[in-house]
Design a protein around this ligand. Sequence first.
Ligand code: NAP
Length: 250
Amino acid sequence: MSVQKVAVITGGGRGIGAATAQLFARKGYAVCINYKSNSESANKLAQAIIAEGEKCITVQADVSCEDDVIRMFSTVDRELGSLSVLVNNAGILKKQSRLEDMTAARINSIFTNNVTSYFLCCREAVKRMSTRHGGFGGVIVNVSSGASRSGSPNEYIDYAASKGAIDTLTKGLSLEVAAEGIRVNCVRPGLIHTEMHADGGEPERVERLKSIIPLQRGGEPAEVAEAIYWLASDKSSFSTGNYLDLAGGL
Ligand code: NAP
């Protein structure tokens, strides 16, 4: 009997993470949906996945907090089994602003939530997956952003720079663990229809900017989820340290 693969999706209750959790469950993974505060959307998604006959748990954890991350991975060990895939997806952005108006509190919050969190989750995943630690290998997919290429001037350079750090994390970690059975890649979505743009102060941002996208439309979370799934699957078995841009040509 083959052992069921296990995937942790951080920020899996809404947006891109929710589409990813749903896809992995449909492909037969046991899924851990992590969320920070919106238990309603996470639990609703988990119930839908379980109703389809798949295995799924929700874990509340602030992934920028070390103790929460350790607790989340221990829960997965206990309730789902050996980790196969980590999708580092949880992220935040703040109101559109020029750099002159950014406080240290804001910048630190962006980096703690978007960068420290990815490092901590990668650390726990590597401890479990690496053949160096007795693991059987695995895959990490980081969700970066097209912002790491554009720099997001006049909107959120802090957010863009945090995603630049994720590109570098992906490259460095992929080389560090390549010989230990772990592949590390990232996706860089462009303008995707999710609630995140409301946090930036402009819920209709994708609609406003769609005419500058060569494909003339924003992306859907499910389109990003498909790319994440491909990078996590054996179909991409010779890919590591790579960036997959999903930005409609931008
Ligand atoms: P979203 O709809 O706002 O969802 C964000 C998710 O992250 C939520 O589930 C939220 O949890 C979770 N989260 C945030 N901080 C967390 C923390 N500290 N601990 C645990 N969970 C946390 O965002 P999205 O648009 O799907 O974005 C997902 C990823 O894609 C992010 O990394 C984002 O930067 C990236 N991205 C998005 C776009 C886009 O256009 N939407 C483009 C490029 C890249 P709760 O549900 O509990 O609040």
